[in-house]
Design a protein around this ligand. Sequence first.
Ligand code: HEM
Length: 567
Amino acid sequence: MPDTSTLAAADFDIDVRSGFLPPEAPLSRLSDVYEEWESKLEGAAHAGLSLYGGGPTTNFHRRASARRWRRSIREMPILPLQGVVLADIRHARRAHLVLSFLAHFYLHSQPEPTEDSLAPLAQGWNEAKDGKGKGREHDVSLEAADDAADAAQEAAGIYAATVPASLAVPWTGLSRHLDLPPILTYATTVLWNWQYKDPARGLALDNVKIRNTFSGTASEEHFYLISLLIELRGVEALELMRISLDEAFVADHLARRRIAHYLSRLVAVVHDLTTLLAKMKEACDPVTFYWGIRPWFRGGDSAPRGGQGWIYEGVDEPGQKRLLNGPSAGQSSLIHALDVFLDVDHTRLKPRGAAHSARQQPDVAHALSERDAGIKENATFMEKMQMYMPGPHRAFLTHLRNLSFDDDHETFCRLNGLEGASPSTSPPSDSASSSSDDMDVDNVPPPPSHPIRSLAIAKEVSGKPFQDDLASAYDAALISLRVLRDEHMRIAALYIISQARKQPPPEYAPLPKNFTGRAEVERVAGAQQSDAKEAPGAPKGTGGTDLVSFLKACRSNTTDALLGPLR
Ligand code: HEM
């Protein structure tokens, strides 16, 4: 018997009480030598790090303290990974979170590099540092001279895309340990980034809060919190999937009725997820999100300076760059699991009618950027997102996807006199048993339908029609998922598309190209939108997709799975 109990097993780091969230609250602070990383993270808050060096609301002193912080990161020793950080998963996750935040703080708080205007200035600063500056007063302290040199180097873009070895080495080590890439991920910002309001009360929607943010804003907290609440509410969805699949193995009349009931409960859960998602608007300000939060998430694939990739110093060959994506809630294993369970096909390999196969697979070209993560080049966005999930969650999705009761089901039918259980003729090409007629040109059969869909398609046993509403319950679940995606598209339109058309507010306007490092306050007046490379044409998501067409495709893939008409 296929082991559906493992749908909520420790093997996959999934817990019956907390789903994809760890059952215990994440560690809130590292210990031992790794305290140093925590102090650097606290230092980031005190240094007042701002995106791209800060807009016109920052000042010389803040910029200088941010530079000093970045220098201290470069000068930090490379701490070896040993002891508790490897022995205790909570420590490993916290360490990954802290290093991810430090790296993104370090890279995205640097000012935009200037072109040639800074070369003479850099020279002057270096001379001052060496005490050689002609006509200059030689009262420049060593600290000030170092700072001046840093300012010049940063302005020249020397450090712009390099994760210093002090971060890169342990970060990549921990990433291997946790089986996810060295980049800020959904797991880092949501699954491992919360604490209890009241530890005595345990996991409840109103008893969790977010631990770390970049911007220190309520908007950023709320942004992560909504995903966290969605994961929490989704625990019941995972349970419903598990018990439905248990029944799908039995697949008799009673089991079908039970599955229909579980699907109707799943509709209610997905409805709640939609309601929670809509609550994003209650406390996450779209302007703050777009200009003041989202840029911190950028990965090496979409750096402000054109997505040149990041160098992981001390890890990779000199000159080698990694083009990893920043976090996206597209990395939520919960939503992927719902898709797999309901057999929503984002690969478009399964026959689902002419419209489905004719539509292009989204974002195939972009897949090249994921070479480093070992992702196949023609992967869809959704497949690529799985490479950013913690390894056990990715393994769970593979396990769920590969669940097939076909052989067992035939045996069961035979033993129970149910021989001839046949799929419906609508849609004819979508049944597991008729797939041989629908082979593609290479004679490779399309992947079979997932068990719940197979059962929902089946209309009769030995000429006796099923008298249940499994097919309509299955469709209702798909429609609830479509409604969730409708809401998600509204959110994306509000938080990204409309903002991309506007100028940044002053506090988020980056420094101008001709910034000399001396001005106290600069006004950019939108000369360099942080998303200038994205703003013309279709806005892109954090993960770098052509957002509108991609989200529409995901929604169509959902409704393409419907057995009946779209109501
Ligand atoms: C302000 C809030 C949000 C915005 C602006 C937003 C935006 C986006 C964008 C631009 C994408 C395209 C992929 C990419 O390039 O990253 C995406 C994908 C996705 N997002 Fe969100 N998102 C938000 C919140 C959420 C939340 C809370 C969830 C649920 C946990 C979620 C789930 C997904 C999923 C599953 C995808 C993959 C596409 C799909 O399945 O339809 N998003 N989102």
